[in-house]
Design a protein around this ligand. Structure first.
Ligand code: CUK
Ligand code: CUA
Length: 865
């Protein structure tokens, strides 16, 4: 069944050769292919994954970041990384763990009072409505320190971390139930539920496994711990889990290994865990009715309270017909419910088979109370054969499954064989295999575990990369491989190195389902979603002192921080509330105080809090850490910490020559004149925008709003400048006028962008030739000298076709062979005027034709430039 590489390539090559790309590879494309050693198949695969600039991906993938304790967001099919989401680990760029409110989130994850600053993330899960991804919330587990975190997809920030009160590790989480009312989290390594010492000899009596059923409120996106409960389970090592849906809604399924309850002891001469824990031929699939048990958990007589948390003992679950076991091939790994909820596929790991269980059969056995026995803890066992739809031999080391929209079609990872196998879980037939590199763990389909899988692609999440990438030392990148599954056979398209922890599982969602915002309401505490207590608007900036506590209410806006000087005493507690006043998209300001290990990222509208003790004396610059504008470097100030017990001798001031009153007046006049001229430019842009009804076009209107955000700050500055003039403080007046110029430049910058955008919208549509021509005009370097609508270092080309008799011929000739026309009196005059000669850009006739079409389009719209 395994295909050799040559079979695959000849197969695909066979198809490729009949396509137009292969036969059409001429000219530059053929040259590039030759230079880079690319085959036609390579080029087709490249075209399937390439996004031209500005083009976005169809799917967004959320991958666990493994030991980084973070999540990785990337696009499909481009496989471009978009973001790391900080979850269990501090992340400086986003200020996560460096400002007060995010520290509060991170510290929700403290265990028994201890700070934990990392996580081993395994399974991300997207919130669901009717079993389909709704794009609202994201959850992920931490295996090492049993915790679940919740991320809000409105801003891709972590909002909540809950610690499992009874487990000592987890693995089978996070899994949302079909309407996101609950999140399942199964334990991994059995341990005592309480926090006390229990000797390993008492393993069977005191060590326990289980599944925690967290209550989730999908409206506010938070776990509700006191409405959550844990189902006690035997000390078999529970592993992966899945929530039922459709037919099996209300039920949960959890695998296990070590039903032997082996406890190892190499050091006392026992065989190692790996031998003892895999001795039996079968382990147990746990089948439980979480919905029923949730109702039972409300009655105190059904639960034991351990560490302030409700635990339903095994006997209570059994008595209420809500907990069962079914044998499964030993030490399995993945358990994945199909989109209808009827079939549950369990992967063998140590067995070459996948086992397809049928929930209808399971339910019948349960309803008829038809059991083959009980385990040592009294849990009824269902007959394996009678529960199975069937088994299929897939290959070595089957681990995880994903579904496609094709009825019965399923994709399974084969860890040992390093393959993805496509098969049908209804007909139990193997359909195709694809080699991956190497040792695949999970695989991610497009919404491939929801009730609405999309097919198209499968991503192989490989454990080893070995030789796939540039050697960067013994620790290799992770390797995600994108596989096209739209054809009859799979086709591996591209590798993506991932430089951040081992990504166990990834989930993909259609990008069209995500609607994150680009700014916050002014003064938002993004971690709570509420108004921040430190919200500060322009004009409200202040420093308040209350004993040894100094509170700073500051703002940031291009390109200053207010206040710019803060003086405190050594030992003072300093609380800084900072608000980013921007409304413009992507105008984030970062903030740090040097030497104080603080950092905040302030997205437009966000308020943050930095809380610290000024425990070292000195002068500490603080500054904006995002290159936000041309005057970003100037966006700074000083924290000055003085020791109240010290006497400071003042330094001798150096005498410097100062300007005469006449010189100051001249500089002031010059500054005002420049401002007036700049304002005239702004007014002409404004007139154009108004004349052409900019407000009818949302993109333009947004830019104009941003521009006016800047412009409207001018009157206040003007008032200060005029007051300074009146008071005879010319130096101050000049500085305020300079401030006005800064605001004008920022206004003009956005205003001109708005104008350009509007021109594009209202101009006549370009023919394809004209569009090609515009590209050639830019790429051929013409726009280095000729700016449409303006005289630059060459003449304005608006109307050039009319300026000359037989304009089209004249211009074409001039582009193709400028030297031959240098003596033409008109051209000679231009050469003298601009002191430049039109160079030969070596364009071909086709390109010149396109440029002419472009110039015609320019003339058609001449009034707009
Ligand atoms: S696990 Cu890592 S390959 Cu944690 Cu889902 Cu299977
Ligand atoms: Cu704000 Cu740089």
């Amino acid at each position: 069944m395994k295909k050799s590489f040559s079979t695959i390539s000849s197969l695909v090559l066979g198809t490729a050769l009949t396509t137009s790309v292969a036969s059409g590879a001429t000219g530059e494309l053929a040259k590039i292919m030759k230079d880079r050693g690319l085959s036609e198949v390579d080029v087709i695969r490249a075209a399937k994954t390439y996004n031209p600039t500005g083009v976005k991906d169809k799917y967004v993938v959320f991958s666990s970041g493994g030991q980084s304790g973070q999540m990785i967001v990337y696009g499909v099919p481009s496989m471009r990384i978009l973001k790391y989401i900080a979850v269990f680990t501090p992340e400086p760029w986003q200020g996560y763990g460096y400002d007060k409110d995010s520290i509060d989130v991170l510290r929700q994850g403290n265990i028994r009072g201890r700070e934990i600053n990392w996580g081993d993330t395994h399974h991300p899960a997207l919130s669901e409505t009717d079993g389909k991804y709704d794009g609202k919330w994201l959850a992920i587990n931490d295996k090492a320190n049993p915790r679940i975190a919740i991320i809000d997809l409105a801003d891709f920030e972590t909002k909540q971390i809950v610690v499992n009160p009874v487990f000592k590790s987890d693995h089978g989480g996070a899994f949302f139930t079909p309407n996101s009312e609950h999140i399942l989290e199964a334990a991994q390594y059995a341990a005592p539920f309480d926090n006390n010492y229990h000797p390993i000899e008492e393993y069977k009596e005191t060590y326990r496994g289980g599944v925690t059923v967290w209550k989730f409120d999908p409206k506010i996106g938070r776990v509700v711990p006191n409405d959550s409960y844990t189902i006690e389970m035997p000390p078999y090592m529970q592993d992966l889990s899945d929530s039922g849906k459709g037919l099996s809604n209300g039920w949960g399924f959890t695998n296990s290994f070590n039903s032997e309850m082996y406890t190892g002891g190499i050091e006392v001469g026992m065989p190692p865990n790996e031998a003892g824990m895999s001795r039996n031929d079968t382990d147990y699939l746990h089948v439980y009715n979480w919905e029923k048990l949730y109702k039972l958990s409300k009655d105190p007589k059904n639960v034991k309270i351990i560490n302030d948390h409700k635990v339903i003992p095994m006997d209570v679950a059994v008595k209420n017909n809500a907990l069962f076991l079914i044998p499964e091939p030993k030490s399995p790994h993945g358990v994945d419910v199909d989109p209808t909820g009827q079939y549950i596929v369990v992967c063998g790991k140590l067995d070459t088979h996948a086992s397809v269980y049928d929930f209808k059969k399971i339910k019948k056995l349960i309803d008829n109370k038809e059991f083959v026995g009980k385990d040592p803890f009294g849990i009824p066992i269902l007959d394996m054969k009678k529960s199975l739809h069937g088994q299929v031999e897939l290959g070595l080391g089957p681990l995880h499954n994903q579904y496609s929209p094709v009825d019965g079609e399923i994709y399974t990872s084969l860890y040992v064989d390093s393959q993805v196998v496509k098969w049908n879980f209804k007909t139990l037939k193997v359909l195709d295999k694809e080699n991956v590199h190497y040792n695949i763990g999970h695989l991610a389909g497009m919404e491939g575990k929801s009730a609405d899988p999309q097919g198209e692609y499968i991503i192989a999440l490989n454990k080893l990369a070995i030789d796939r990438f540039q050697n960067v030392g013994p620790l290799h990148p992770q390797n995600h491989q994108l596989i096209d599954i739209s054809g009859k056979t799979m086709d591996l398209l591209v590798d993506m190195p991932l430089p951040l922890g081992e990504p166990h599982q990834a989930v993909a969602i259609r990008a069209s389902k995500l609607h994150p915002h680009v700014r916050y309401e002014m003064g938002t505490n993004t971690k709570t979603g509420k108004q921040h207590i430190g919200k500060t608007l322009a004009g409200q900036e202040r420093i308040e002192r209350d004993g040894n506590h100094v509170k700073v209410y500051g703002t940031l806006v291009r390109s200053h921080i207010n206040p710019e000087r803060i003086t405190v005493n050594k030992g003072d507690r300093v609380t800084m509330y900072l608000t980013n006043l921007e409304r413009a998209e992507d105008e984030t300001h970062g903030f740090t105080v040097d030497h104080y290990n603080l950092h905040g990222s302030l997205e437009p509208g966000e308020t943050i809090e930095l809380d610290f003790t000024a425990d070292i004396e000195g002068v500490f610059p603080y500054y904006c850490t995002e290159f936000c504008s041309a005057l970003h470097l100037e966006m700074m100030g000083y924290l000055m910490v003085k020791d109240p017990n010290k006497k400071y001798e003042s330094a001798q001031k150096i005498k410097m020559k100062s300007m005469t009153p006449e010189e100051l007046k001249a500089e002031y006049d010059k500054t005002v004149a420049v401002n007036n001229a700049t304002d005239a430019v702004i007014q002409s842009v404004v007139k154009f925008l108004k004349d052409n009804k900019y407000q009818d076009h949302k993109v333009v209107a947004n830019l104009v709003t941003d521009a006016f955000d800047q412009y409207n700050q001018i009157p206040a500055q003007k008032k200060k400048a005029d007051e300074a003039v009146k008071a005879g403080e010319m130096e101050k007046a000049i500085l305020f006028e300079n401030m006005i110029w800064q605001l004008m430049v920022k206004t003009a910058d956005v205003g001109i962008r708005a104008k350009d955008a509007l021109v594009r919208i209202i101009a006549t549509t370009q023919s394809t030739a004209a569009a090609r021509g515009e590209k050639t005009f830019a790429e051929g370097g013409c726009n280095g000298c000729h700016v449409i609508g303006k005289v630059s270092s060459g003449p304005d080309l608006t109307g050039v076709l009319q300026r000359h008799e037989n304009g089209v011929d004249w211009v074409s000739r001039f582009i193709l062979d400028p030297q031959s026309m240098y003596t033409d009196p008109y051209v000679k005059g231009m050469i003298d005027y601009f002191n430049l000669k039109m160079p030969n850009q070596h364009m071909n006739k086709e390109e010149v034709k396109d440029i002419i079409e472009y110039l015609k389009w320019v003339d058609e719209n001449a009034n707009l430039f």
